[in-house]
Every structure is written in C-alpha cells, then in structure tokens.
Design a protein around this ligand. Structure first.
Ligand code: SAM
Ligand code: SF4
Length: 323
C-alpha cells in the first residue's frame, strides 16, 4: 500500500514488527453470532436503532443460538461472540441458560458478550454462568460528542459499566469509532489515551460508516485507509500485548482493509457466522457487497490468511495476555 505520510508508514511498519514479535504470525479467530437486531436504544449512527422502522426485526431462539454456537465449535472456532442490540426480552435467565448450554457443549470454549448495558447483577449472573469476555465500546472519549450521538445514553454510566465488567473479572474489551462527523482533530489521541487508562484486555475500533434511515445517513465516510492503519498502529504501540480485532467495518470501507490491518497491529479476526436468513437485517451500516457470512467463509478467510503468511489459530481460545 502507498502511504501519503512517511510518518504513518514508519509507525505502521513498527507496529507490524511489534505484533509479529509478540504474537508471531498467529491470528486469533472469533465467530460472531448476531442473535437479535432489536434494540431499545436510538444511537444516531446505528442502522438498527430503535427509531429505524424500516428494519425487519428478528430474534434468534435460544435453540437456534446454541445450534449455531455448536456449529462454530465443531469447526474449531473456540470463541463465540454473542452480539445483539440492547434487547431486554433476552432476560437474565434466558441468557444464563444460553451461556450454560454453550459451555456444556465445550467447557474449554470462550464466550464473549456484546449485548450493551445491563445491570451489575446481570453481568455477574452471566459471568457466573460461564461468560468469559465482554465487549463494550465507549465509542468516543469526547463527552459532548458522546452526548450528541446517544440520545438515551450517558458517558459516565458507560465508562462505569466498562469498569464494573473489569471488576467482575471479565476479559473486557472496549474501543471507539473514528471518522465521526464533528470529532476533534486530535480525537484519535484522546480515544487511545482512554483505552490505555482503562487498561482494557481487548480493543475493537472501526471507522464510522453512515447507515441509511438514521440521522447520520449521507454524512459520508471521513476516515481513509491510511488513517485506519495508523490508528491500529498507534494502539499496538501504546498497548503492546492487547488483543486488537480487525474490524469488519474496515472491509465495508475498502475490501481487503481488514486483512491489511493485521500488518498494522491487529491480531484477531471475527468472521460473521450469523445464519444467512438473518444477517442481512443486522445492517448497522451500509456494507459493500456480500458479507462473509458462514462457517465456510470463515474457513475461506483462514485460507486467505494462510496465503498471506499468517497462522489462523483454530481450536484455541486466544485469551488476552492483558490480565
Ligand atoms: N448494542 C451493543 C452495543 O452498542 O454495545 C452491541 C451491538 S452494536 C451494533 C456494536 C457496535 O457497532 C457499536 O459499539 C458501534 O461502535 C458499532 N456501530 C454501530 N453503528 C455503526 C456505524 N454506523 N458505523 C460503524 N460502527 C457502528
Ligand atoms: Fe442499539 Fe448498539 Fe446500535 Fe446503539 S449501537 S442502537 S445500543 S445496537
């Protein structure tokens, strides 16, 4: 790839070398199951926000979720990421049951939750049931911007939730979106400083991609590939041992960007294993072309990574080195 800024090129190369030194050529694999696109919240950027009445809503049944997790496990995907909108119809007991059933299939697997805000009692119940990890992005470290993006969310509450998850013993991941219209020129530095201050074990960051029928539709993509790679490189250099996911949103911006980010600091890929009949309705932003959608595509992604000289770690949890 051609870089416009030689400083970015140097940073990306340095971060790539550091990643290789720490992780070898190994890439951790997570299988995402987007089990519900129903959400009680109205985040202005998100395609499945409550106010988007054109979304065809779906909810996978516990049996469907467990069956999809089982399929992932059979194919050597040892981390199951259960992601959804903030859908409280999956009560504490329903989720506890799903977690226990997946763990019973394979006690050695890891379960990651990405279901938004719940009560501390619920986080604890999920942890006690066997959930290992939790992803909760703070989205932006800029309080005023956070407020303008989240009509029904509170910055301090979000940060406290992340700290609560850490205190409860979750391997906790967080991150931010970049290229948000209205962000400050030094937003990346503040966002990365907050990640470091929180001391998260995992990082998930991606570009903001406008979604149709949201208040931010048509606002354009404000981050180019060079900035994306620079952000990944800066995070790797600031937090050498953290697990960094190559965001799927990168591919929505530029096909192949996700793989490229592995050379700039990322060490985790998260193939989307949501059943075909649901995945098109989990459109949090506009996607270019067809999604990698099934286990077969996860295997294809693995083969592509091998061709590029990486070793996809099938059959391993890939726990974070950051405790
Ligand atoms: N509802 C949960 C939550 O908000 O934490 C988990 C699911 S939510 C869809 C997962 C992530 O999608 C959010 O943290 C947000 O950063 C990202 N996201 C939503 N809309 C986006 C957009 N238009 N462009 C890029 N990322 C987006
Ligand atoms: Fe709901 Fe998460 Fe989308 Fe916000 S980002 S509207 S909480 S799914």
């Amino acid at each position: 790839m051609e870089f416009k800024d030689p400083a970015v090129k140097a940073r990306v190369e340095q971060a790539g070398k550091l990643t290789k030194k720490i992780f070898g050529n190994k890439v951790y694999i997570r299988g995402i199951i987007e089990f519900s696109n129903c959400c009680r919240k109205n985040c202005n950027y998100c395609g499945i926000r409550r106010g988007n009445t054109s979304v065809v809503r779906y909810q996978m049944s516990p049996d469907e979720i467990v069956a999809k997790a089982e399929e992932n496990l059979k194919h050597g995907i040892k981390t199951i990421v259960l992601q959804s909108g903030e859908d409280l119809s999956y009560t504490k007991d329903v989720l506890v049951n799903i977690i226990k059933r997946i763990k019973a299939l394979d006690p050695e697997c890891a379960i990651t939750l990405s279901i938004g805000e719940r009560t501390e009692e619920e986080y604890k119940a999920f942890k006690d049931a066997g959930a290992d990890r939790f992803l909760m992005r703070f989205e932006t470290a800029d309080r005023a911007l956070f407020k303008s993006l989240h009509p029904d969310d509170d910055y301090d509450y979000r940060i406290e939730a992340i700290k609560t998850l850490q205190r409860l013993g979750y391997e906790t991941g967080s991150g931010f979106m970049f290229g948000i219209p209205g962000e400050a020129p030094d937003a990346d530095d503040h966002n990365i400083a907050l990640l470091k201050e929180l001391g998260v074990a995992m990082v998930g960051c991606g570009p903001f991609i406008p979604a149709e029928r949201t208040p931010m539709e048509g606002s354009g993509i404000h981050a180019d590939l060079e900035r994306c790679l620079d952000i990944y490189a800066k995070i790797r250099l600031a937090m050498p041992e953290v697990n960094i996911a190559a965001a799927t949103a990168l591919d929505a911006m530029d096909k192949g960007a996700r793989k490229l980010s592995l050379s700039a600091g990322a060490n985790v890929v998260m193939p989307n294993t949501t059943p075909a009949e649901y995945k098109d309705n989990y459109s949090i932003y506009e996607r270019k072309g067809k999604l990698d959608d099934a286990i077969a595509d996860a295997k294809k992604l693995g083969a592509e990574l091998e061709k590029l000289g990486y070793t996809p770690l099938w059959n391993q949890r890939g726990d974070s080195r950051v405790k």
